[in-house]
Write a protein that binds this ligand. Structure first.
Ligand SMILES: [Zn+2]
Ligand SMILES: [Zn+2]
Length: 148
């Protein structure tokens, strides 16, 4: 298993906003244990490459990584729970992002659709009675004219 390495020297004067930019946590080849920035010897952390992958979806904050490394050392079970939580969070964020994408017409698939406003629905109910095709529908396709 590959572990993320860290430079104790850069750890002292890093910026918190970007773990990689500050040289704090670094992937190195197995035969190279020097910090690419200050040439100090790197030390192994307990974080695996896969875990780092998942955490990088959440944050790039160095202090966040610090606390996750500490948590894995002190309480591996709690650490696994947290990781599962983060995974869920990321998945939820991804599904929210995809469901908030543009609605499509169910018949022709066009995204050129308009919301039928409440006023317009009420007006057409008044003009054409309950038979109006707009009753109970809220969207109208500008492409094929389908309402739903
Ligand atoms: Zn360094
Ligand atoms: Zn359509």
């Amino acid at each position: 298993m590959k572990y993320i390495k860290l430079c104790k020297n850069c750890q002292n004067n890093r910026k918190d906003d970007d773990i990689w930019g500050s040289g704090y946590i670094t992937w190195v080849a197995d035969d190279n244990f020097e910090c690419p920035i200050c040439k100090h010897k790197l030390v192994d952390t307990v974080l695996t490459g896969d875990e780092e992958d998942e955490l990088s979806d959440i944050t790039r904050s160095a202090s966040f990584y610090d606390s996750m490394i500490k948590l894995k050392q002190d309480n591996p079970i709690e650490f696994q729970l947290k990781m599962a939580q983060f995974k869920n969070q990321v998945q939820q964020q991804k599904s929210v992002a995809s469901s908030s994408s543009k609605p499509k017409c169910p018949t022709c698939g066009s995204t050129n659709i308009k919301k039928i406003s409440g006023t317009k629905r009420w007006l057409s109910a008044g003009l054409f009675g309950l038979a109006s095709s707009n009753i109970g529908k809220s969207m109208c396709c500008q492409n094929c004219g389908y309402k739903w």
